[in-house]
Design a protein around this ligand. Structure first.
Ligand code: FMN
Length: 384
């Protein structure tokens, strides 16, 4: 079967990847309640079908955010370790995004470094930053990415500590010493010879490219994961973000906002925008769906900052629903990660084409001609 929808790509990703990598993408934290809520909240929104309202023979999906024009209101959001899902995965995802004229946001903990990604495309990517204890390293990193021409920084603030992702314990990705994680991962990889050759061997080096300088030659997966949990800075508060301001003169989006009080702080800080997000249900389990939080936050701050949102978006219909709930743009996470794992750059381009087409059809059947016409009047009142 030719993969087409995000769900097709998910099945194919499961088939292609060693178990520990598929579970890493697919899973959430603790009981995965928030992961389920994200999907459920979007599925519960009822759209208004509008007929004969206006001529919908020409639909315009063009979106403008942060001063640039894109082909549709979506962003390939930051996904760690994408270079383990496909050979030099971040480069291929960035190329797919560029070919489809949408932004690609590189994760701090991507496999391919910012330089490699930037040099493979014409327009610089966005860069997602986790706050790291070593401020000298952070300062150098900010300067480095600015020199590469990157001008949008996505500062992720919902990772004071990594969430408890039990699927990663069960799969052997993380765990206590003595749980034979390395051996289990090796066995899983040998069961996927195509991946083992294409990504495991030919896709090297598997460093976390952007943080390689501080890893001092350590290259094992456990070294990376230990470094992440040891070096993410749980002590920071809003006032510490002045450090970022002093060292970054580009645009700043704050990602991981779920509460209106935090949105207010982000606004006071002077962020250009926020990403309403619960990290795809991978951090604090039990919090509301991103869509539910979005409605409240967008109604209070929609005229003050650019509002992006993510969590559970698996189709163009979902993108439409997020826009109707007040987002100016929508980040994709697992949707592109599955496609990358399934069919590399071609998979990501294909899934973006599917999402674009779904969005277009949804708009036509809702009597909407361009994305600026999508607002809360496009969904039934009960949903608001
Ligand atoms: C495998 C994986 C890795 C992720 N890595 C990062 C990351 O490095 N930085 C970040 O800010 N968010 C990261 N996220 C969260 C995504 O950017 C996004 O918020 C989330 O995936 C949205 O939910 P969805 O995948 O259900 O659409 C990751 C998500 C996944 C699935």
């Amino acid at each position: 079967m030719k993969p087409f929808t995000v769900s097709d790509y998910r099945q194919l990703a499961r088939k292609n990847l060693p178990k520990f990598l598929f579970e890493y993408i697919d899973g959430g934290s603790c009981n995965e309640i928030t992961l389920a809520k994200n999907l459920h909240a979007l599925s519960e929104i009822s759209l208004r079908q509008r007929v004969l309202k206006q001529d919908v023979s020409e639909i315009d999906l063009t979106a403008n955010f942060l001063g640039k024009e894109y082909s549709m209101p979506t962003v390939l959001g930051p996904v760690a370790l994408a270079g383990m899902f496909a050979r030099r995965g971040e480069v291929h995802a960035a190329r797919a995004a560029e070919n489809k004229n949408i932004p690609f946001c590189l994760s701090t903990v991507g496999v391919c470094p910012a330089k490699e990604v930037s040099e493979s495309i014409q327009v610089p990517p966005w860069f997602q930053l986790y706050i790291i204890r070593d401020r000298t390293f952070m300062k150098d990193l900010l300067q480095h990415i600015r020199e590469l021409g990157i001008d949008v920084l996505v500062l992720t603030v919902d990772m004071a500590v990594p969430g408890l992702r039990y699927r990663d314990y069960h799969s052997g990705l993380t765990g206590a010493p003595g749980t034979c994680g390395q051996l289990r991962r090796l066995l899983q990889a040998t069961g996927k010879p195509k991946w083992a050759w294409d990504v495991g061997i030919m896709g090297q080096p598997h460093h976390l490219g952007n943080v390689a300088p501080v890893l001092k030659g350590k290259t094992g997966l456990e070294d990376f994961l230990r470094w992440m949990s040891d070096n993410f800075d749980a002590s920071i508060t809003w006032k510490d973000l002045d450090f970022i301001r002093e060292n970054w003169d580009g645009k700043i989006l704050i990602k991981g906002i779920l509460d209106p009080e935090d949105a207010s702080e982000a606004n006071k800080f002077g962020a250009d925008g926020i990403v309403v997000s619960n990290h795809g249900g991978r951090q604090l389990d039990g919090v509301p769906s991103a869509t539910d939080s979005l409605k409240e936050i967008a109604s209070q701050f929609g005229d003050k900052m650019t509002i992006f949102a993510d969590g559970g978006v698996r189709s163009g219909l979902d993108v439409y629903k997020m826009l109707a709930c007040g987002a100016n743009g929508v980040f994709l996470g697992r949707a592109w990660a599955y496609a990358l794992a399934a069919r590399g750059q071609c998979g990501v381009e294909n899934v973006l084409e599917t999402i674009k087409n779904e969005l277009k059809v949804t708009m036509a059947l809702s009597g909407v001609k361009n994305i600026h016409e999508i607002n809360e009047s496009c969904i039934l009142k009960d949903n608001f």
